[in-house]
Design a protein around this ligand. Structure first.
Ligand SMILES: *Cc1c(COP(=O)(O)O)cnc(C)c1O
Length: 514
């Protein structure tokens, strides 16, 4: 491909993407393809002779788009938002087009310096404490990571290292290995599954603590667990708290947990992957009460902050701790040309130019534009909440930021049936959740394109299914999928979990499916 063809391909592609987003409402959010569909559509081998771009673009249209789950569809209400915006897309294009990455400052001054400044812009926008800023006098700072999962791992590794160092200083006779095998960390059972994964990767066992009725981890439960473990000779080293759990957008009590972490000399990492974006609106900042105790804080601009994936923002109160865990001896020798050396706070060696899309989004939307976006999304959730409340066939269980959970009153099988029917229709994508031992419809405002009309559409779809259920048109969830043995009652969870692995099913039953 020569440069002229690149111009043509690039322009045609931008047009294609604009048309796709403009018409996304006309497609079912879920695809109708069968497993393995693509293997019939594509040749088994790479073409020997290169092909013109026109054929590739038309195959995107012919075979890729029909197999997509449309995450940007206004009818996508599953998981959490996956950010997308025009400035974000162009930022991503620039990152690819300029083709620069960075390691240290010398490798790419603009890339490093823009990231350092953008992390400060972001921290100020969210109202985070000054000690997290790169420009602050102290040892704090922020860097862009790939994902919330990775940030949790980085936080946990930093906490692990800090504890080992402290214990060895106090007990010079111990060896690092003797300390390592006694370490233990804590999170709530409502935390994202990536927290457990981080514990596996960091080789620090993690206790999943129970929450209060609002799915929030409280100080008393943490303190009891710590006391128990200390009595058994273990060394508590880290707490991963959630601000906005994946299930029901619940908030752990940072202030209670933080005081305990300070007293027990434990690292406090906060996973605010989704809900962190709401802090851009001052009215939600009460949710981070206790933030002054936090050692590392993470949220995903690539979720609810209009910056395309991947972009996960992470701040440290004291970057010396993460450097103690990661920094190679060899890089300590030379005097840095520029500080901070953000490359020492991440796992990969190099980093993509992700600060560009953050810059584009923050400049083109402005603080005001992003606040407006968050408030509009929350008001859509409030609107749905009002529809649920007005109809006495439903029970509202959760309404937190963009997450609304409700169920049909009466037997659980009704809600299950509703969820099955929604999934079969492919017009809406909504995940089931298992909340306080009941099936709930977990409805999230996800797409930037969702409007009140789309909520009305979703509610109309839901209502007509419920109408059918109450008229007895649809009576049994086993209608479409017969149990293998007529004498065996169908597993009540089977249908909503269609396609889940056994392990995922088990987790789902415990309410840990995400
Ligand atoms: C989505 C989510 C994650 C995982 O985010 P990645 O960036 O995909 O790793 C972690 N924690 C919470 C609370 C989430 O909502």
């Amino acid at each position: 491909m020569n440069i002229e063809e690149f111009r043509e391909f690039g322009k045609a592609s931008v047009d294609y993407i604009a048309d796709y987003l403009e018409n996304i409402r006309n497609m079912n959010v879920l695809s109708s393809v069968e497993p393995g569909y693509l293997s019939n559509e594509l040749p088994e081998k790479t073409p020997f002779f290169g092909e013109p771009w026109q054929g590739v673009l038309s195959d995107v249209d012919r075979v890729i788009v029909p197999g997509l789950t449309h995450w940007q569809s206004p009818n996508f209400h599953a998981y959490f938002p996956t950010a997308n915006s025009y400035p974000g897309v162009v930022g991503e294009l620039f990152s690819a087009g300029l083709g620069c990455i960075s390691t240290d400052w010398e490798s790419n001054p603009a890339c490093v310096e823009l990231e350092v400044r953008m992390m400060d812009w972001l921290a100020k926008m969210l109202g985070l404490p000054n000690h997290f800023l790169n420009e602050s006098e102290g040892p704090g700072g922020g860097v862009i990571q790939n994902a919330a999962s990775e940030s949790t791992l980085v936080g946990l590794l930093s906490g692990k290292q800090r504890t080992i160092k402290t214990i060895l200083n106090e007990n010079p006779k111990l060896t690092a290995n003797e300390v390592k095998e006694k370490l233990i960390a804590y999170t709530s059972k409502e935390s994202n599954s990536s927290v457990e994964k981080a514990s596996l990767l960091a080789s620090v066992p993690m206790r999943l603590l129970s929450t209060d009725d609002n799915c929030s981890l409280r100080g008393k439960v943490l303190q009891e667990a710590i006391n128990e473990d200390r009595a058994a000779g273990l060394i508590p080293c880290c707490v991963v708290a959630s601000l906005g759990t994946t299930g029901t957008c619940a908030f752990d009590d940072l202030e209670e947990l933080g005081k305990i972490c300070a007293k027990e000399n434990m690292w406090l990492h906060v996973d605010a992957a989704y809900a962190g974006a709401a802090l851009v609106c001052p009215e939600y900042r009460y949710l981070m009460k206790g933030i002054e105790y936090v050692d590392s804080f993470n949220f995903n601009p690539h979720k609810w902050f209009l910056v395309n994936s991947d972009c996960s923002a992470m701040w440290f109160k004291n970057t010396n701790d993460v450097e103690a865990a990661f920094k190679l001896q060899s890089s300590m020798i030379k005097d840095p040309t520029f500080k901070p050396q953000i490359e020492d706070w991440q796992i990969p060696t190099s980093r993509r130019f992700r600060a560009l899309k953050l810059w584009f989004v923050m400049r083109i939307y402005g603080v005001e534009g992003i606040q407006k976006y968050i408030r509009e999304q929350v008001s859509l959730a409030k609107y749905l909440e009002s529809l649920v409340r007005e109809d006495d066939r439903y029970e509202l269980l959760v309404s937190s930021l963009g997450v609304v959970c409700f169920r049909l009153k009466g037997d659980d099988s009704l809600t299950q049936l509703l969820l099955d029917r929604i999934a079969e229709s492919k017009k809406l994508y909504i995940m089931p959740y298992y909340y306080h031992k009941n099936f709930v419809v977990r409805f999230v405002i996800c797409s930037r394109l969702t409007t009140t009309h789309d909520i009305d559409f979703a509610w109309h779809e839901i209502s007509s299914i419920v109408e059918e259920i109450s008229n007895g048109v649809v009576t049994s969830s086993t209608e479409c999928e017969k149990p293998r043995n007529e004498n065996t009652p169908a597993d009540p969870l089977t249908k909503a979990m269609k396609g889940f692995s056994t392990e995922k099913k088990e987790k789902f039953k415990l309410g840990l499916f995400l």
